[in-house]
Design a binder for this molecule. Structure first.
Ligand code: MN
Length: 242
């Protein structure tokens, strides 16, 4: 059977001049039966040509999104931004949404998805959200640090069950005002932080604020998210190859 090709966006690594990502994304997509294709940051005008080769897209985690892109001034606690990556990922996301290409958006990816849909972000949870639990948890990538309540009928519920889920958390930003067409499907019950979203008028557009890719080696994992994305991408692959 033809394997769907799933693009995974890359960011700038900690070494200047290198582009890199956590191999966990590649392994999770490979395990799902799809072929992972890592995408370096390119000029945004290449987004459409890249998408022509893909059956699905994963937006990976990374640095903060430039608040200028959602019309807010910089908060003093804003972290590092990568304007080239923002521009390329926003172009990929907008065109993917228009094409109804299956999209799985992880952490920063969920934030990029929200900004692409016209939403805004909390730039720093600890200083902007009183009483928030720790979302930038130290320690192992598979350390589960807070619960997520699964809200309403959703793909998330179909894939992972009614919850509550127990997730890892490595973010200091989150969705503030929700973008157009997005629905909240998961929240941290302790502080209301949006942890999962979907675009219900698309065949598969799902964002999570935690890191499902970290668990691919674990007996209890979130692999089902990658598997469901791969299944949706296989449909795209069959349509495309006709
Ligand atoms: Mn969190």
């Amino acid at each position: 059977m033809t394997r769907p090709v799933i693009g995974i966006t890359l960011g700038d690594g900690d070494r200047p001049g290198y582009t890199s990502m956590r191999a966990d994304y590649v392994r999770s997509v490979e395990r799902s039966g799809a072929l992972p294709l890592v995408l370096p940051t390119l000029a945004p005008e290449h987004a459409e040509a890249v998408l022509d080769r893909l059956d699905g897209l994963v937006l990976s985690g990374g640095v903060d999104v430039d608040p200028a892109l959602y019309g807010r001034p910089r908060h003093p606690k804003l972290g590092r931004v990568d304007r080239e990556r923002d521009a390329f990922e926003l172009a990929l996301t907008r065109h993917a949404l228009r094409r109804d290409l299956p999209l799985l958006a992880v952490c920063r990816g969920q934030q990029v998805l929200n900004v692409a849909a016209g939403g805004t972000l909390i730039q720093d949870i600890p200083s902007e959200l009183e009483g928030a639990v720790t979302h930038a948890a130290p320690g192992r990538r598979t350390r589960r640090s807070h619960p997520v309540e699964v809200v309403g009928a959703s793909k998330l519920r179909e894939i992972l069950g009614a919850g509550p889920l127990s997730v890892n958390s490595f973010h200091h930003q989150a969705i503030d005002r929700l973008g157009e067409g997005l629905s909240v499907t998961g929240r941290c019950p302790e502080d209301g932080v949006i942890e999962a979203v979907e675009m219900k008028d698309r065949s598969f557009v799902l964002g999570v604020q935690w890191h499902p890719e970290s668990f691919w080696k674990e007996p209890v994992s979130f692999q089902a998210l990658f598997d469901a994305h791969s299944t949706a991408s296989r449909v795209c692959c069959m349509v495309r190859s006709r």
